[in-house]
Design a protein. Structure first.
Length: 302
């Protein structure tokens, strides 16, 4: 049975904290570009913890439960973390491949984007563009996902750690789809400012809902397999670190429609992976018979 009060408190806090932070950069539209970029980075990074704070407060005070029920002390099945780490960059590459296949862009092995950046630096940079790209990719695949987890956990603690289990009485598929749709709507103020879908920000708000339902299905699978928010947080961090990998090798194209996992051409890879999960009976996940939702587990030891 759904507990409506904790859900309502969670949503009010998640949206009430994040949406004002998402729109804060609009107050700095007349500032210097570097100031605007800094405000966006700081405000939107903090906004990612709106759902996490909502989960903590709703769990402790609205539901009257221990914070242990959020399973922050649990890791679960360890091999799932390989999926969480490696799947997002694979999906980014697939998005780039489909962008080329459908003729939205062509491969750019001359790295024009990097060279243009070099040209903007007074005197240029005495290093090969390929060295910069190799370093960027290496960082995106190693340290960046771990750093991004600090902020991604704010979202995943809310969407998968709290909201998904609370919606499971509706049925697993309904809980997955609904939590993903709410996650997508939560992004609306950022999308309307041109984030992710720069040439179609209004339509992009709907496109983001679709993208989040697809990504949310994958992140929910990771959560339900481990019963821990750490697995989807790692996947979310890896996604944020690697989503733009294909952009380095493509020209010219509009990221609204292709090149990244959240773009319409990126949805193809997401759909194929979700279809594989269903076909191999990995989804829906078989939950413990004693509970409709994942239960808190013992502290992790690894």
């Amino acid at each position: 049975m759904l507990q409506r009060k904790p859900l309502l408190v969670f949503l009010l806090i998640a949206f009430g904290i994040s949406w004002p932070l998402f729109v804060l950069p609009l107050a700095f539209r007349g500032a210097a570009p570097n100031v605007q970029q800094t405000v966006v980075l700081v405000a939107w990074s903090l906004a990612m913890w709106g759902p996490g704070l909502g989960a903590l407060i709703a769990t402790r005070y609205a539901a009257g439960e221990s914070l242990r029920s959020l399973n922050l002390g649990r890791l679960g099945e360890k091999r799932v973390y390989l999926w969480a780490w490696l799947l997002p960059p694979a999906l980014a590459v697939v998005a780039g491949i489909f962008t080329v296949v459908f003729g939205l862009a062509r491969p750019d092995w001359n790295l024009s984007l990097i060279k243009e950046s070099f040209a903007a630096v007074p005197g240029g940079l005495p290093v090969s563009p390929w060295v910069v790209v190799a370093a960027q990719i290496a960082l995106s695949l190693t340290l960046a996902p771990l750093f991004n987890m600090i902020f991604a956990m704010g979202e995943e603690l809310g969407w998968r750690g709290f909201l998904l289990p609370r919606l499971l009485p509706l049925g697993q598929w309904k809980a997955i789809v609904l939590s993903g749709a709410i996650w997508g709507v939560w992004h609306a103020p950022a999308i309307l400012q041109g984030h992710n879908f720069p040439s179609a920000p209004v339509l992009g708000t709907l496109m983001m809902v679709v993208a989040c339902m697809l990504l949310g299905t994958i992140f929910s699978w990771l959560y339900l397999r481990t019963r821990s928010p750490w697995a989807p947080a790692l996947a979310h961090g890896a996604l944020n670190a690697t989503a733009g990998i294909s952009i380095l090798f493509l020209t010219p194209f509009d990221t609204t429609w292709g090149g990244t996992p959240v773009s319409p051409l990126g949805w193809i890879g997401l759909l194929l992976f979700v279809a594989w999960l269903v076909a191999t009976r990995r989804l829906p996940v078989q939950l413990p018979a004693s509970s409709a939702a994942p239960a808190a587990g013992p502290a992790a030891t690894a």
